[in-house]
Design a protein around this ligand. Structure first.
Ligand SMILES: [Zn+2]
Length: 235
């Protein structure tokens, strides 16, 4: 379960090699350098972005890949071999709808402490083929992520393999849990079976130069998570 790893907080290396504070006497090369995280840059505070305000690029309705549960196959080209971001999120019902909060990890997360279960979200860049191919981000819930991971690890992988496309579809499965299917489509099958032209190298380069990265993920502060955890308790 590699995705589980995302929940493990990066551990600072403790002085386990030299218990009892003998680190002082260790040769310099063996000393453990503790990195301070996050690093605080030089400069005026007013010029820094407050941590709780997110100004980065956003995933909007326009650039988010949304697969309708009507069984219709959509042809896509993955641009990433693995998710460009893999995170855990808590979902909270608010008056404005469902809101996602980035889990701070078992040890620190006020929402985990409340007993709320975080769900994985795996972010992929892809191109939806059609008359006008479009760059989209697929934020995969656990079910499609599982399917994608199987495809990625199959002999035809990786997901973004040259000359390979994917037909994806979603149906309402048993207990109305949506089930996502993915099927490899070879480049030479595109025109005959789908009536679309493969992406040119130029198009691919263009899309690859515009891909989203993990800066689209809004990381919530502990204070924000505490606030959200209070909303949970009203259930
Ligand atoms: Zn959590």
């Amino acid at each position: 379960m590699p995705r589980e790893l995302n929940r493990v907080k990066p551990q600072l290396e403790e002085d386990t090699d030299h218990p009892g504070g003998t680190e002082e006497f260790a040769p310099k090369a063996e000393r453990v350098t503790k990195e301070v995280e996050p690093s605080i840059p030089r400069g005026w505070a007013s010029a820094q972005r407050p941590r709780s305000t997110f100004n980065g690029p956003r995933i909007t309705k326009e650039n988010r890949f949304d697969l309708a549960a009507d069984g219709e196959e959509v042809l896509i080209k993955f641009l990433d071999d693995i998710p460009f971001a893999g995170i855990y999120q808590h979902w909270v019902m608010t008056q404005g709808g469902r809101r996602a909060y980035t889990c701070a990890g078992f040890d620190d997360c006020p929402m985990c402490a409340r007993g709320d279960k975080a769900k994985s979200a795996d972010y992929f860049n892809l191109v939806v083929l059609g008359d006008t191919p479009e760059l989209k981000v697929w934020i995969m819930s656990p079910d499609p992520a599982k399917v994608a991971e199987e495809k990625a690890k199959s002999k035809k992988g990786p997901l973004n393999r040259d000359g390979m496309y994917m037909a994806v579809s979603k149906v309402k499965g048993s207990y109305s849990i949506p089930a996502v299917s993915m099927d490899w489509v070879r480049e030479d099958e595109l025109e005959a079976d789908w009536g679309v032209k493969p992406l040119t190298d130029e198009q691919l380069n263009q899309f690859n130069s515009k891909v989203f990265d993990s800066s689209v993920v809004r990381v919530h502060t502990i204070a924000e998570l505490q606030e959200a955890a209070r909303l949970l308790s009203d259930d």
